[in-house]
Design a protein around this ligand. Sequence first.
Ligand SMILES: Cc1cc2nc3c(=O)[nH]c(=O)nc-3n(C[C@H](O)[C@H](O)[C@H](O)COP(=O)(O)OP(=O)(O)OC[C@H]3O[C@@H](n4cnc5c(N)ncnc54)[C@H](O)[C@@H]3O)c2cc1C
Length: 337
Amino acid sequence: MTNLTRDFFIGLSNNQFLNSQAKKWGFFLGADKFVAGTTVQSVVKAVKELNQYEISCTLDNLGEFVSDKSEAGQAKDKIITLLDMIDQENVNCHISVKLTQLGLDIDQNYCIENMKDILDTAKQYNIFVNIDMEDYSHYEQTLEVLNVLRKDYDNVGTVIQSYLYRAEDDLADLKDVRIRLVKGAYKENEEVAYTDKQDIDRNFLKLAKQRLLGDTFTSIATHDHYIIDELKAFVQEYHIDNDQFEFQMLYGFRNDMQHKLTNEGYHFCTYIPFGDDWFGYFMRRLAERPQNMNLIVKDTLYTEDNKLKKAPIVAGAAVVSALALWRVKTKRNREND
Ligand SMILES: Cc1cc2nc3c(=O)[nH]c(=O)nc-3n(C[C@H](O)[C@H](O)[C@H](O)COP(=O)(O)OP(=O)(O)OC[C@H]3O[C@@H](n4cnc5c(N)ncnc54)[C@H](O)[C@@H]3O)c2cc1C
């Protein structure tokens, strides 16, 4: 996919108007294929289905860039309800959180207090909490918050993005911390990040191998079968125990491969997002993979027996118009720069 298309979807993922409208409208554009409903009950149901196949899960209550304390507080309460439910239902999963949903942009100490409430509950139930890594403007703060929390909690870890030049140094600092390794989903400046896919992939492999040779658990989060195959060969060659790592993929992506890896005896964990704040997450997935558009078009326009739907055409037309307007606006801005 061209960088222009990728930038287009990343731009949409940050568009506050479309994000707030999408919350009101509810799922459309086939988002329900990649998001397990809006409630704690709906996501726990999805976990139970995957647990049947020995797949564990990590659950993400969707939401980010919150600027209002009451909204951050509500998010924290929902996450604590989720933890209670995980314990009650005895399902095999942990949780993933985004610090900007818990007030990082409002006040770092307030965010830390929210995290402590979450980690106290999680610790009581022996549940691990992973801090997702967001865009680079929140990177330093995220590591700072993690380091504060690590003083009192051992059930917390984070994500390192292989597109960042500094990823190797940060992994060295975090060698005792459980880490999820990803390529990185945001649009970053070439002053801080590789922008060429080959460089990002090469760095991912290098960092994954370094981690696998260490002692701390690593989640290898990618849908990239080239990388997965190379790492499978690597763990065999170096006799690395399967308990040292797991593969992770996103809910709704490469289901066949998720089952295949589990059947081959690898630990596998599916990242399941839920909640009504789905738009930004969904647009980042479109930025990564154009083929997801095919699913959307089919899902938006046709019923299962291939009949044309009507209501979604109206919603679809509204979205396409919004996209077109946004594109014209961006082009004008670029011309004016
Ligand atoms: C569990 C999980 C958690 C994540 N958490 C974060 C986070 O906290 N912060 C962050 O910045 N990013 C996160 N990401 C996103 C990540 O950074 C990448 O943007 C995303 O995973 C795309 O990179 P990729 O390695 O999966 O594959 P890509 O580099 O997008 O694709 C590589 C190749 O894999 C194959 N492929 C990929 N997807 C498919 C598919 N659906 N079907 C068939 N073939 C496919 C294709 O051959 C493709 O060319 C997370 C990703 C995962 C899986």
